[in-house]
Every structure is written in structure tokens, then in C-alpha cells.
Design a protein around this ligand. Structure first.
Ligand SMILES: Nc1nc2c(ncn2[C@@H]2O[C@H](COP(=O)(O)OP(=O)(O)OP(=O)(O)O)[C@@H](O)[C@H]2O)c(=O)[nH]1
Ligand SMILES: [Mg+2]
Ligand SMILES: [Zn+2]
Length: 274
């Protein structure tokens, strides 16, 4: 039978075949194969509920471990944990480079002062201007609409509010969220597994948070994924301009003019110099 893995907990996989769920073991026949099944995988299972084949993946992420998703929601808290634009920009690059559409969601807007809120809305407008979908946790209805007919994953820092936001979208979910470890500021993971949930006409996965993530991209890939550079780089003096040490660089001019957000440019320099 052919189905989709919707949940993994250690070595047990929940596979959805039509409308039935099967609790399956890892791989029988192909046990020694190096590929580990992931949530989102299309798999073949045998009559003993063993996964015997994993079909080729359209795309995959490593953290969280998930395959075949259309979009990844970068859940970014504006406070507790504090807004981390470096991590946000890094995740945008990573997700895009895997051929997945990133969607930004700012959470904990309620913890901001009026002035801080204005700053967040300016940032939101910038990311929108360069082509991203950006929502705040106050825009539940808009977020719901993005789920339709899509497979997605909520990802982001530990304690950013991924599970809380999913619970707000559908209170019936009752996902565990952590008050205690958060109050003690321990940065402990509350969500410990990846699971696809059938929500608002789509499938959305909650996933465990992290504090940081590796950017395993080449300098060229990093440059190519800085979407707002595209409009200007043909005006750089050198065709292979890296927009760093070069003198006659249009991207740098746009940073000075304020058309390109300074923090984005600074993060770019950090990414390519690692
Ligand atoms: N004030 C405020 N608190 C929030 C909001 N969203 C989440 N929180 C709190 O932040 C803490 C962490 O929320 P979770 O939803 O467990 O965070 P998570 O991203 O799922 O964390 P992990 O599963 O560990 O990765 C909890 O104490 C929530 O109550 C929000 O919009 N406003
Ligand atoms: Mg969680
Ligand atoms: Zn340049």
C-alpha cells in the first residue's frame, strides 16, 4: 500500500493510506539503506506494516526533518525570545534554497510597546516589499487561508510560539505548549516530534524548535537567494560582484540609500564570510 508519513516518534511512523492510519515500523527489507523515512514521505508499506520503500522526494528539510512540503512558516517571536533577524534571514535563505516557499509569522506582538510595534510593522512592510508573505499572530484568518491545499511546516526558535499559534488556529488541537520551562528561561524543547495535522483544508506540521541552524550554502547560493539584490546587481561594475569589497557596487549604494535594509545586507556579509 502507498501512503504518506504524517508522524514520527523515535522509530515508529504513522502512515496515512486513504483515510486510514497505520502505525508502522522503520524499514523492513531496506533496513540498511541510509535514507531515514521522514514526515511527508510518500512510502510503500507491506502487510506487516513495515515501510519497504520511500518514493523520491520533491524537496526536504533537515531541521525540522520533513519532506515534500510546499511552504515553511518561519515563526519569529518579537520578544521572549527576542527578535532575531539574523536567524530569520538565515532561515529564509535555507528554505528557499530547498525550493520551498518561506512564510514569515511574527509572534508575541502583544508584548510590544506602541513604538516597538511600529518598528515591527516597518520590518513587515520591508519583507513584504521584497516579495515575502508576512503575517503577525494577530492575523489568524489570513494565516488559515494560506493552508488551503498546501503542505506546510511551522519552524523556528524554541519558545517562539509555534504550538501556541497552531492552537489558536484550531483550539481542538490542544498541542502542548510550555509555560514552565519558558518562565525559567531554559530554552527547553516542548514539542519533541514532527507531526502533520489536517488543518483548514491543508496539512501543517508542528515541529521541535532550535536555537540556531547551520547554513550549508555556497557563496553563490547565498547571493542568489538575497532576493532584493536582483533588481540592482546588473548595475554593479563587475559581473561577478560579491557586493562586499568591490568599489563600484550598486547593491552597496542601495544599502546606503536605505532601499535595501541594512540588517539584511550585514547578515549577507556574515553569511558569505563564514
Ligand atoms: N504573550 C505571548 N506569549 C506567547 C505567544 N505565543 C506563545 N507564547 C508563550 O510562549 C511560550 C512558548 O510557546 P510554545 O507555543 O510552546 O513555543 P514553541 O515554539 O512551540 O516551542 P517548542 O515546541 O519548544 O519549539 C509559552 O509560554 C506561550 O504561552 C504570544 O503570541 N504572546
Ligand atoms: Mg512547540
Ligand atoms: Zn555589487
Amino acid at each position: 500500500m502507498k501512503g504518506t508519513i504524517i508522524k514520527t516518534v523515535s522509530n515508529q511512523y504513522t502512515v496515512l493510506v486513504g483515510e486510514k492510519f497505520y502505525l508502522c515500523e522503520g524499514r523492513g527489507k531496506l533496513k540498511h539503506d541510509k535514507i531515514k523515512p521522514k514526515v511527508g514521505d510518500t512510502v510503500q508499506i507491506d502487510s506487516n506494516c513495515r515501510i519497504v520503500e520511500i518514493y523520491p522526494r520533491k524537496n526536504e528539510l533537515f531541521r525540522p526533518a520533513i519532506a515534500n512540503v510546499d511552504q515553511a512558516y518561519i515563526i519569529t517571536s518579537v520578544k521572549h525570545p527576542n527578535l532575531d533577524l539574523y536567524l530569520l534571514d538565515k532561515m529564509l535563505l535555507l528554505i528557499q534554497s530547498h525550493g520551498i516557499e518561506p512564510i514569515i509569522c511574527f509572534t508575541k506582538i502583544d508584548l510590544l510597546s506602541k513604538k516597538e510595534k511600529t518598528e515591527i510593522f516597518l520590518l513587515k512592510a520591508y519583507y513584504e516589499k521584497i516579495g515575502y508573505q508576512v503575517y503577525t499572530n494577530e492575523e489568524i484568518e489570513k494565516i488559515k487561508k494560506t493552508f488551503q491545499r498546501k503542505i506546510g511546516v511551522f519552524t523556528g526558535q524554541t519558545g517562539a510560539g509555534k504550538s501556541t499559534l497552531l492552537n489558536r488556529i484550531d483550539p481542538k488541537l490542544r498541542l502542548v505548549t510550555n509555560e514552565i520551562s519558558f518562565a525559567l528561561n531554559r530554552g527547553k524543547n516542548t514539542t519533541t516530534h514532527v507531526e502533520l495535522l489536517n488543518l483548514c483544508g491543508g496539512w501543517i506540521a508542528d515541529s521541535p524548535g532550535f536555537s540556531d541552524i547551520d547554513l550549508h550554502l555556497t557563496k553563490e547560493e547565498i547571493e542568489r537567494n538575497m532576493v532584493e539584490f536582483h533588481a540592482y546587481k546588473s548595475d554593479c561594475q563587475y559581473r561577478d560582484c560579491t557586493h562586499s569589497h568591490e568599489i563600484d557596487c550598486e547593491v552597496k549604494r542601495q544599502v546606503e540609500k536605505g532601499t535595501i535594509l541594512k540588517s539584511r545586507y550585514e547578515h549577507y556579509l556574515k553569511f558569505i564570510s563564514r
